[in-house]
Design a protein around this ligand. Sequence first.
Ligand SMILES: [Zn+2]
Length: 199
Amino acid sequence: MVHTRRDRRMIPDIIIWDPLTQLQMDLECPSCDERRTLLRAVRWKDGQTYYDQPRILFCIQRQVILASRVYRCFNDHQVLAHDAGILQLVANNIEIPFVLFHQHGVTRDLFRYIMSHIHAGLRFADIERLLGQMYYDTFASDLSSSALQVTFNNRNAETNQRQVQSPGRRVITNCFLRCYFEQEHMYSQRMSKLPSVWL
Ligand SMILES: [Zn+2]
């Protein structure tokens, strides 16, 4: 099937996440107890089966798909490439392009965007409203310029806006808490390295 330039705007962006291959590094299985064995890639979370659905992340104007690799160790543990144990290993080499929470996840771009607005003094409710409007505008723009030619009118604009799932208060709060705890950890590390003469 050939996609026109208009239709391509309807295809979500995808983050392909396979640090084993992309960073060409050996990764030890975080699930092994004692003798940790190396992981090898076996398949993708690409939506091909019910169990291999990719995660959906919030970005600044729209959602994106996180398609991760699935790894397996010699003890038969299966580990996702975005498993917290893997991310901890990879974080020493690169800045991970997304931030995951228990139920949600955001791209690094949105994480920075939210934190910049918090630091600038905006309230969580204002950021939520701003992102909701940006999501709605992008959604409406994509639809109106696509082959579907969906018509919007003022009467159902509020209904349409509710149907576009944008980052809510919980996502914004999680970003704030993650940033706070990361900085607290960094602060403790830096302080523990300072000689007592500096204190
Ligand atoms: Zn293992």
